[in-house]
Ligand binder design. Structure first.
Ligand SMILES: Cc1cc2nc3c(=O)[nH]c(=O)nc-3n(C[C@H](O)[C@H](O)[C@H](O)COP(=O)(O)OP(=O)(O)OC[C@H]3O[C@@H](n4cnc5c(N)ncnc54)[C@H](O)[C@@H]3O)c2cc1C
Length: 438
């Protein structure tokens, strides 16, 4: 009798956890992702601010499953699901909508940016969700300093050295802190015409406090820390406009050439593929066993799923994704071997953390609320622990020590992926303009 086939779409936190939970299952596990790597998203901001390189936080999916013989990894983009025929459609660079049948399906396709109905902002305010996004943000940030140094008119330096981060959740706060440290340490002595420490970093959010899910005290401590690092925190007003000249907040224009979107996320189209009920954000409403109504063989987990616990929706965080992925894998395993299924899914909240600059973090776990160096050490230990492989753990650990001690950054490269590095000499730059006018 052929083995059952379990298709897992997405090799993020949820998909990886599901596949690992199926390690000993007599089944063919097919793990499909549109990239060839798993990304540790919580550290993307460190790539964007030159602390780490992309290879510090990403691993080839294939290498993670090198020794898991029942698992085949396929690089392709899933474009749809046929629930009746029990198949998914996959496209790659060579073929379109190839159908692959399944006995069990786990959709773990995560989320992407949401510009809250203002998709026109995307052109001027890239988000931070993939390795490509982080590299693009790093290019943009470093290029702003290059442009300012090449600019002879000091009046333009202010705009070129103004950085606006839209969204003061953990990503925006962590990014603002890391940027503030970057200008004060690694960049400080490297320029002649400009003073990198004069860079203006503005963090904007419509909410009345930063780090929404954290307590009032921790939010205040994080805000004070950011302000001590020179970050301007503007709360209580959403961004009305983002364009080539900067942003408009509460009627005031903040001129900036570097705006980064660190606000909302939108789930993947899994709900549309399944043609099934979603919550207001578009996440698939799942049941206590993480399956979708009417289909015991289809699981949706992680950021693209919506499940309430104690009357509140579970947050879109890595812990939820990992615990759900593991649960789905275990439940499928129990069905295949005929053992009793695990109890209904229940999320165990281990707490939340956010780092604010060097040697300072906030940590909230149950009634425990801590800020400062101790929280930062805990943050570092937890993040190292959850990196996908020991080589990543070692690489990140050594880089962090180097950065902490020397203030230098691992990767301050502006890399243009469109052929030669001509992008740095485009007509937008003073040098490019000079060349163009000759
Ligand atoms: C910048 C940033 C910082 C964060 N910081 C934290 C933090 O500090 N702590 C925390 O707990 N959480 C944090 N999060 C949230 C956390 O990363 C997510 O909750 C978690 O990644 C969700 O896991 P997932 O498996 O559902 O989705 P993801 O990890 O997003 O994985 C989805 C996978 O599906 C693949 N995929 C998507 N669509 C398709 C398709 N059509 N076909 C094939 N493959 C597809 C993607 O390539 C990806 O590999 C952060 C997120 C971001 C973006």
């Amino acid at each position: 009798m052929p083995q059952p086939r379990i298709i897992i779409v997405g090799a993020g936190f949820a998909g990886l956890a599901a596949a690992k939970a199926l390690k000993k299952t007599q089944a063919e596990v097919v793990l499909i992702d549109r990239t060839n790597h798993h990304v540790f998203q919580p550290l993307l901001y460190q790539v964007a601010t030159s602390v780490l390189t992309p290879s510090h936080i990403a691993t080839p999916i294939r290498s993670i499953f090198r020794n898991q013989k029942n698992t085949i990894v396929i690089m392709g983009e899933v474009t749809g699901v046929d629930k009746d025929q029990k198949c998914v459609f996959v496209s790659d660079a060579d073929r379109q909508n190839v159908s692959i049948t399944y006995d069990y399906l786990i959709l773990a396709t995560g989320a992407s940016h949401s510009y809250f109905g203002h998709n026109e902002f995307a052109e001027y305010a890239p988000g931070l969700k993939s390795l490509g996004d982080a590299e693009a943000a790093r290019n943009k940030i470093l290029q702003a300093f290059e442009l300012a140094e090449a600019e002879e008119d000091p009046a333009r330096h202010r705009d070129l050295l103004t950085f606006v981060l839209v969204g003061a959740g953990p990503t925006g706060v962590e990014m603002a802190g890391a940027l503030a440290i970057l200008v004060r340490t690694a960049l400080k002595s490297d320029f002649r015409r400009i003073d990198p420490t004069s860079a203006r970093i503005v963090l904007v959010d419509a909410a009345p406090k930063i780090l929404g899910p954290f307590s009032e005290n921790l939010s205040k401590a994080a805000k004070q820390r950011l302000e001590k690092l020179g970050v301007e925190v503007r709360l209580g007003h959403s961004v009305d406009q983002i364009d080539a000249e900067g942003v408009i907040v509460a009627g005031e224009r903040i001129a900036s050439k570097t705006v980064i979107w660190t606000a909302g996320v939108a789930p993947s189209p899994a709900g549309k593929w399944l043609n099934i009920e979603t919550d207001r954000a578009g996440r698939v409403r799942i049941q206590k066993d993480l399956t979708v109504p009417g289909h015991v063989e289809i699981f949706v987990v992680g950021d693209t799923a919506s499940l309430d616990q104690n009357g509140k929706p579970l947050p879109g965080v890595a812990q939820v994704a990992m615990q759900q992925g593991r649960y789905a894998g275990k439940l499928i395993h129990s069905r295949i071997v005929g053992s009793p299924p695990p109890r209904a899914f229940s999320y165990f909240d281990k707490g939340s953390m956010a780092v604010v600059g060097k040697g300072f973090a906030v940590l909230q776990s149950g009634k425990v609320q801590v800020s400062g160096l101790g929280a930062w050490l805990a943050w570092a230990a937890v993040h190292l622990q959850f990196l996908a492989t020991s080589s990543l753990r070692l690489g990140v650990f050594l880089q962090w020590i180097w950065t902490y001690v020397t203030g230098q950054r691992g990767s301050r490269l502006i890399v243009n992926h469109h052929g030669s590095d001509k992008g740095t000499r485009s007509a937008e730059t003073p040098l490019g303009a000079a060349a163009a006018s000759k």
